[in-house]
Every structure is written in structure tokens, then in C-alpha cells.
Design a protein around this ligand. Structure first.
Ligand SMILES: [Zn+2]
Ligand SMILES: [Zn+2]
Length: 402
């Protein structure tokens, strides 16, 4: 199994280990790059805590429970110290980094950040300039971070409730109930430029997240019951285990945990990365409703075909179509660019052939993900491409003259 198939993001401990070995031939990161690494670790840590929270709630195993309690205890100690310092600052005027952070952001953002070991460590060990750069970055992305934590049901409110008895200015107001967006999958929430949220809709119907593609044979009574994306011996070896027999492999990627659906004024819903990924990383399956190859979608957007190698002819055969219009995952929202960050790749894995998304190059924290929709897409469109890259194949001539 190749390491490059999996996202490179790691938790704060991994990042700290990496930082310790950075001097070995690697260029030193500037302040902004260091802050981006730290905020990437912050999102990672928050996601990790939420995953543990869910595992412990669903089926507590001793090791998971112990690790979750350890994280929770550290967060509570960290918040307790900050509250003590905050109350002391009200009387003495002596401020600390966390007190100043709460004044500049909010109790809510502080409680969310306090769940991250990377943030806890930075508040103690980061140099002054590095800390200020990180705080600025958190302030710029505070709504994103809040939506990220709330949509994953981070229990940030309970950590602060206990301090209401001290009449701390502003605290009680921030703890008032708000819309529970965690009842929906995180990818049922799109962050608008003005901070509002919306549900992704296609032709008046709410779009629904699915983890993997679905084959519904009753939709296609004239087709054999076997899914058209099912792997056959003709397709050759499994990409992961190289076995020529049908195997149980499946791609696993955490990339979907570390992306955000956002609305851009010109290009509609898009995807922003909330982690960093390496070239070659597999980011996820292009999931949707599987249809036989002779069934065409009435809507050209989103539809994509799946191809598989034919070991006899040496060519790629189109095997199925994927329609993620109503049922699909986050990959359907990736916008087009003529110089894309990721590519569609048809791959044989386990018992099926699938279209996945793979990073063409290093992808940085907060980068907008793009993919090439292909010449066929642009041939049938009467509008111009807005990607703005030097190699754009269909730029708006009016914009170029401006
Ligand atoms: Zn396999
Ligand atoms: Zn373009």
C-alpha cells in the first residue's frame, strides 16, 4: 500500500514531531506558513475530538474512552486557567495571551480552540509574532471554525456553563441556545460569504450526502441486476493489494472530514480545503447513483462516467454513469479550473471500479479545490470559464481586455 494514497495531515503530535526535524534540509517556514500549519492542526484536533466523542457515545471501548477523557480533562484544565486569568485581569488589568484572545474573539471561539492540543501548545510556546499571526488567522476564519465545530457537534458549551456563576461579562449571552446544525451531515451546510448558512439544493430538492455510490436495480428493470460498476476479471488487479482476485479492499480517506462547502458569488458552491494534502493523495470517491452506461442524465451537470481497463484490448471501457444530482458526496461541488489541483481517476479497488479524486500537487490549508471538467463540458456550454489561470481554454474575451 502506498503512503501517497492517504492524506498527509496529522494531529498536533505529528506536526510537533515534524517541526522538530524541520531543520534537516527543509527550508524554514515564514510566519504565515507556520500559522497555517498550526490552524490546520487546530481543525484536525477539533475533528479528532468530535470523532472520539461519537465513538465513545456509540460504543465505548476502554482505550477510546480513556483517550477521550484525557483530551477532555486537558481542555477543562486549560479553560479553567483562562477563566481564572480573565477574572484576575478584570481586577488587576494584567492580561495573558488567552485573556487577550477571548477579548479579541469570543468565549465560544476560545472554547472551540481550547479542544485543540496544537492551540494549547501555541498559546504557551509560540513566539510573539507567531502567536499574533495565528490569532489573526483564527479571527479571519472564526465563522468557518465555528461552523466546523458545531456541524460536528463539538460539546464546547458545557465547558463554559460551570463558570456562569461568576457573572463574567459577555459569557452568559454567548451560551444562549442556537440552531442545531449537527442534526444534518456537515456537508449539508454551505457557508455563505456573509457568514449565513444554506442547505445545498438542486432543482428544488435538498441534496443528500451518501458515503459511497449506490446501485438501485429497480430503477433499471431492463438491466442485469449486477451493478454496472462491479469489478470483473477483465479489469486486472486491485489498485491497492494488486490481487487479481476480487478482494475486500476499499479506499479510506479522511479528506472529506477536512473540507468545507462555501458559496462564491460567481461560481456557486465550491470546496475549500481545511487541511494540507500531498501530491498523489486520494481524496475520496466521486459518489452518486450508479446508472447503466446507456442511461443518460437529463442534466449535464454533475454526471460523470466510470471507465475500467480492458486487459484484452488494452483500452478503457466505459462501464457506468454516476449521477450525484440528489444523492452524492462533497466531491460533486468541486469547481472547474483549467489548472486544477485535483483530477478524476478511474480505479479498480476491491469489488468495483470507481472514479476517485486525487491531488495533482501539494494542496495547502484553505486552498479552494478545483478539477478539470474536460473539453466535452465546455463544448456544450454557452458561458465562459472563470478560472482566470494563464492556460484557461475558454476565457471571457471582455474580461481579458479590461
Ligand atoms: Zn484489493
Ligand atoms: Zn479556465
Amino acid at each position: 500500500m502506498e503512503d501517497s494514497q492517504f492524506p498527509s495531515s496529522s494531529g498536533s503530535q505529528g506536526r510537533i514531531r515534524n517541526a522538530r526535524t524541520k531543520h534537516l534540509g527543509k527550508p524554514r517556514l515564514n510566519l504565515q506558513e507556520q500559522a497555517l500549519e498550526k490552524i490546520a492542526a487546530l481543525y484536525w484536533d477539533v475533528n479528532c475530538v468530535c470523532n472520539f466523542q461519537q465513538i465513545v457515545n456509540d460504543a465505548p471501548f476502554k482505550d477510546d474512552y480513556t483517550e477521550y477523557q484525557r483530551m477532555k480533562h486537558n481542555t477543562e484544565l486549560f479553560i479553567n486557567q483562562a477563566v481564572t486569568d480573565y477574572i484576575s485581569a478584570l481586577n488587576t488589568g494584567t492580561t495573558t495571551r488567552c485573556v487577550s484572545f477571548i477579548s479579541q474573539t469570543s468565549w465560544k471561539i476560545f472554547a472551540i480552540c481550547a479542544h485543540s492540543e496544537a492551540f494549547q501548545l501555541a498559546s504557551v510556546h509560540a513566539g510573539s509574532s507567531g502567536w499574533f499571526t495565528l490569532v489573526d488567522l483564527i479571527k479571519q476564519n472564526s465563522r468557518s471554525l465555528e461552523v466546523f465545530a458545531r456541524s460536528r457537534e463539538l460539546e464546547w458549551r458545557g465547558c463554559l456553563l460551570t463558570y456562569c456563576q461568576y457573572n463574567i461579562p459577555g459569557l452568559q449571552e454567548e451560551l444562549s441556545p442556537e440552531l442545531n446544525i449537527a442534526q444534518e451531515h456537515p456537508h449539508h451546510t454551505v457557508l455563505l460569504a456573509d457568514g449565513h448558512l444554506k442547505r445545498p439544493i438542486f432543482q428544488g430538492q435538498a441534496q443528500v450526502h451518501i458515503g459511497t455510490s449506490i446501485w438501485e436495480p429497480e430503477f433499471y428493470p431492463n438491466h442485469p441486476t449486477a451493478s454496472p460498476d462491479q469489478r470483473t476479471k477483465l479489469m486486472g488487479a486491485c489498485f491497492l493489494c494488486r490481487s487479481r482476485k476480487i478482494c475486500q479492499c476499499s479506499f479510506q480517506s479522511m479528506a472529506g472530514d477536512l473540507v468545507e462547502l462555501f458559496e462564491s458569488p460567481n461560481m456557486g458552491t465550491g470546496i475549500r480545503s481545511l487541511g494540507s494534502f500531498n501530491r498523489g493523495d486520494y481524496l475520496g470517491e466521486y459518489a452518486g447513483i450508479v446508472a447503466p452506461v446507456n442511461v443518460q442524465s437529463t442534466e449535464a451537470v454533475y454526471a460523470l462516467s466510470i471507465s475500467a481497463p480492458n486487459n484484452i484490448t488494452g483500452k478503457m471501457d466505459t462501464k457506468a454513469n454516476v449521477f450525484p444530482h440528489q444523492y452524492g458526496n462533497w466531491t460533486r461541488y468541486i469547481n472547474h479550473s483549467c489548472e486544477p489541483a485535483v483530477s478524476y481517476v478511474c480505479t479498480v479497488v476491491g469489488d468495483k471500479v470507481t472514479t476517485g479524486l486525487r491531488a495533482n500537487r501539494k494542496i495547502s490549508m484553505f486552498e479552494v479545490l478545483t478539477v478539470d471538467y474536460g473539453n466535452d463540458y465546455w463544448r456544450t456550454r454557452d458561458y465562459y470559464c472563470l478560472c482566470g489561470t494563464p492556460s484557461c481554454m475558454k476565457p471571457d474575451p471582455n474580461r481579458m481586455c479590461e
